[in-house]
Design a protein around this ligand. Sequence first.
Ligand SMILES: Nc1nc2c(c(=O)[nH]1)N[C@H]1C(S)=C(S)[C@@H](COP(=O)(O)O)O[C@H]1N2
Ligand SMILES: [Mo]
Length: 197
Amino acid sequence: MAVFSRGFTGHRPEPDDSLPPGQHLTQNFPVLSAGPTPSIGTDEWEFFIRTESGKTHTWNWAELRALPAEEISTDIHCVTSWSKIGTHWRGVSLDTLFEGVETDYKYVMAHSYGGYTTNLVLNEIRGGKAWVAFEYDGDDLTPEHGGPARLLVPHLYFWKSAKWVRGLVMQADDEPGFWEQYGYNLHGDPWREERYS
Ligand SMILES: Nc1nc2c(c(=O)[nH]1)N[C@H]1C(S)=C(S)[C@@H](COP(=O)(O)O)O[C@H]1N2
Ligand SMILES: [Mo]
């Protein structure tokens, strides 16, 4: 199945209005990591979703790759002001991963290998808006860009797209993750310029 997502707002822009306010285009793909690049082999990689019942749903690499994958074509926007237009990814929709998950909690904390965290709202990462991505531009996702797999939440600033994603913990409340604790916005919509809190 092919999914072509321009993100939350459905902008299908001319170059002029293609970028959220305060953003500029970059042709290369900058690497922004708060710490060292963890090395996770696909033999040890695991992804989980944990709910308030204490139940933890887990997928190993083979199980993730056995799920239906989607092609994603989307713009990405980093809060440091670079944007890339029309990036190509392949990954599993969070809709697919949440299919058997029962939760009444509305908030999510994404956890990465290496300790990075970022907070999200469940109904903003369902409905074709977020993926666990493992390919970029037709190749395996490189370690510096979050490989073997990262979250891809392109309708929010790119810090929400947790690299080396390890799991999602359902939460009753919206709590700040790593960058949010340092003053980044809890929500992070680039079209509203929600950069800082
Ligand atoms: N685990 C982890 N994920 C992360 C980060 C990080 O430091 N660690 N940085 C975030 C930020 S601020 C951005 S802009 C993007 C950068 O992704 P890239 O390095 O692939 O460009 O990853 C996000 N995800
Ligand atoms: Mo960023």
